[in-house]
Design a protein. Sequence first.
Lengths: 118, 113
Amino acid sequence: KAGVTQTPRYLIKTRGQQVTLSCSPISGHRSVSWYQQTPGQGLQFLFEYFSETQRNKGNFPGRFSGRQFSNSRSEMNVSTLELGDSALYLCASSPLGTQGGLAKNIQYFGAGTRLSVL
Amino acid sequence: GDSVTQMEGPVTLSEEAFLTINCTYTATGYPSLFWYVQYPGEGLQLLLKATKADDKGSNKGFEATYRKETTSFHLEKGSVQVSDSAVYFCALANAGNNRKLIWGLGTSLAVNP
């Protein structure tokens, strides 16, 4: 079974631009979560989508948005990029939404997209 | 709010040494606890987990015991290998939302031959 796939792996943008990151979850997984990883702040939760609906949201500005498609693939968009947005963006998928026990809600991570804002 | 505190790294050990990475947490209720590992250039992989007090999670020679009385979930391995060099993250998920993980800052481990 293929793992979580994130594209692209690397991106270089300049301040003010916008960027779209893509995540393909493990086949059959319906929940996709996004995280930002930086050396100073560690891993911070951005948002989670399940069945095309945003179920949870972290404390990030409105410049960060996402969506999920009917095939569970997800995209994350950052508009008006700032230098501080430089980070590794990780996507994680899990099988179920609010139903099911812990074992079925374990998250499986992709390798991430490293975004550099110049 | 909920939080996770890990010992700061980097930790440098010789092969076959004993490893302990401390993790303590603050949470309401009864969270589930996790250790994830991130190898260079890769995403995070679940290493082990525990869902209730006194549970012991184990995998690949690593162990951690959920200690509610000390709110801790320390990671241990009796004999580390060079291939264990990675960044280790402790995380919790509260009962109401198992997917919204709260993370520690990570501890970098380097094992020298």
